[in-house]
Write a protein that binds this ligand. Structure first.
Ligand code: URA
Length: 244
């Protein structure tokens, strides 16, 4: 009989192998290392100090200030059934921001984005990209879970929209990834299906935006993981090209 430690080690090894084999199927040939960190991609302070701007400096609001303003948000009906508002998580100075759709059950329970089953796949995608959750910022179009996971209504999307816009303005990333239809269509104000949008560079307020499939969609349609990986390789190339 195996002792408990050996048994959990065997399970962890089998799980890791299964994850790596799955990544192989999406076309991941190697795990990226040393993807530029958010800090490395920030312009050096000296560059800002040496600019001779005489304009009065304007301060960009912080994520904490935006979160504080949302407070115990009651701006739409989702507030009556949610457990936790899921504001976002990660590096407030991230060069790369992922925007998902909205919290599911696990996210609603924990108040963190992408911690359920789709979150596990999302973590694997980050891992293959050589990134961690702390290096990027992760948020959603909708901050509260719909009852029985129903799709958000137009009024609910509209209530959250100004906060997402302010979050993205506060972070000012170099690259944005829109995960799934709702994220892509909300950010781009474009009704084109995600299957047509994905893989092509778009722009959101001057920020490069890559629309791609949502991890939950990929759990149901794993044959499209290859397309997602193609899109993420483009994202890494774009980040590296900005890392001067
Ligand atoms: N799906 C999303 O779009 N966002 C989450 O945070 C979790 C699942």
């Amino acid at each position: 009989m195996l002792d408990k430690r050996t048994q959990s080690l065997k399970i962890a090894t089998a799980e890791t192998l299964a994850t790596l084999q799955d990544m192989r199927r999406w076309g991941v040939e190697h795990i990226y290392e040393n993807s530029p960190s958010a800090q490395e991609l920030l312009p050096p302070c000296a560059e800002l100090e040496s600019s001779n701007s005489t304009a009065a400096p304007c301060r960009v609001e912080t994520l904490e200030e935006i979160r504080a303003e949302m407070g115990d948000c009651q701006r739409c009906l989702l507030s009556s059934t949610r457990n936790n508002l899921v504001f976002g998580a990660g590096n407030p100075k991230a060069a790369l921001v992922f925007v998902g759709e909205g919290p599911s059950r696990r996210e609603d329970e924990q108040g963190e984005p992408f911690v359920g089953e789709a979150g596990q796949l999302f973590n694997n995608i980050l891992f293959a990209m050589g990134l961690t959750r702390d290096a990027v910022y992760i948020c959603n179009v909708i901050k509260c879970r719909g009852p029985h996971n129903r799709d958000p209504g137009v009024d609910e999307i509209a209530a959250c929209a100004p906060f997402l816009k302010r979050q993205l303005n506060a972070i000012n990333p170099q690259v944005l990834v829109a995960l799934g239809t709702l994220a892509a269509q909300s950010l781009l104000q474009d009704k084109t299906p995600i299957s047509k949008l994905r893989g092509g560079w778009c722009s959101y307020n001057g920020i490069d935006l890559m629309p791609t499939f949502h991890p939950a969609y990929l759990l149901r349609n794993p044959e499209f993981k290859r397309e997602l990986w193609q899109d993420m390789k483009q994202v890494l190339q774009r980040l590296h090209s900005k890392d001067m």
